[in-house]
Design a protein around this ligand. Sequence first.
Ligand SMILES: Nc1ncnc2c1ncn2[C@@H]1O[C@H](COP(=O)(O)OP(=O)(O)OP(=O)(O)O)[C@@H](O)[C@H]1O
Ligand SMILES: C[C@@](O)(CCO)CC(=O)[O-]
Ligand SMILES: [Mg+2]
Length: 349
Amino acid sequence: MTVSSAPGKVYLFGEHAVVYGEPAVPCAVERRATVSVEPREDDHIRVEARDLSLDGFTVEYAGSTGDHPDVNVPTPLVEAAIGYIDAAVEQALDAAGESDVGFDITVESDIPLGAGLGSSAAVVVAGIDAATRALGVELDAEEIADRAYRAEYAVQDGQASRADTFCSTMGGAVRVEGDDCRTLDTPNLPFVVGFDGGAGDTGALVAGVRDLRERYGFAADTVDTIGDIVREGEELLSEADPESDPDESLLVELGNLMNFNHGLLEALGVSSRSLDNMVWAARTAGAHGAKLTGAGGGGCIVALDPTPETQTGLRFTPGCEDVFRAELATEGVRAEAEHDDASTGETAE
Ligand SMILES: Nc1ncnc2c1ncn2[C@@H]1O[C@H](COP(=O)(O)OP(=O)(O)OP(=O)(O)O)[C@@H](O)[C@H]1O
Ligand SMILES: C[C@@](O)(CCO)CC(=O)[O-]
Ligand SMILES: [Mg+2]
């Protein structure tokens, strides 16, 4: 059995606009998806998902071209989950020059689904790494990132940037603009995440922004302006010393840019009442800045605050179900030691 894990991410700036070629700066955070893979004798795929927004499920079906069976949980969720795993398996088989190899796959993740923390990218990145290594092939990080992007692109009907998958593969802070993907040396930023317990539909939200952008020149300008915010933000980051804690003036300026970025995302229709509530609660509690992260619609906000005040404020905010400090994950995708729990094949409760 091979086991790999990959981190989720928050967007310091630039989600949505990155789909249209503007730069974005996502940062990997220490919440990981772990995927265990064991090749089988036949060409069946058995997926055990332990951390979906239900009590987990196990499903077995014949190869990536076979019919997916009925299972006793909401089908769209299962289909969505199988979609990402299938796409990862397809990329791994292609990389290894194999076909008709089946796998037993277990996914365990502490990244909430559809909440803006990049759970899909982490599952795909860790899945491709574990499955290729199970077939005796070691891909370099660039190729894992590229194949993971192609997997997300396929599942999301051509509506994906390279940002989430590159960030999850490399770890740390990264900068993505079209096909140009780079790692950044940044100080460790004091991220606080608030989660409303909900989720957004990434495909629908991206499509909504695309429609607005095609319909109104000012919506297209809004997307361009998000790009300007990112460029301003990277300038600030490039002047900071990555080895020391960020000073207050940097946090104030980054926070202002985050606030501006949130306002423009709200104008583009991808925020929600509970995301706005959490953003305002974080600002009122003293955060330097706060914005939604990821596709939006529901899920998570990210705030900047080195003190405990924002966490305390969010904890008392109606509609905020979970609050945590999100440490920058310096390591991206990595091989993990096989552990007993993942090899039992039993579905967790
Ligand atoms: N633990 C898991 N097990 C199986 N599939 C998962 C798991 N976590 C995520 N996925 C897949 O990823 C999908 C969620 O991806 P989606 O892009 O909508 O949200 P996200 O990646 O969490 O947020 P965002 O893209 O806004 O950062 C789920 O519907 C599921 O298909
Ligand atoms: C909304 C979006 O910009 C980020 C989702 O995490 C979509 C993408 O970049 O693929
Ligand atoms: Mg995603």
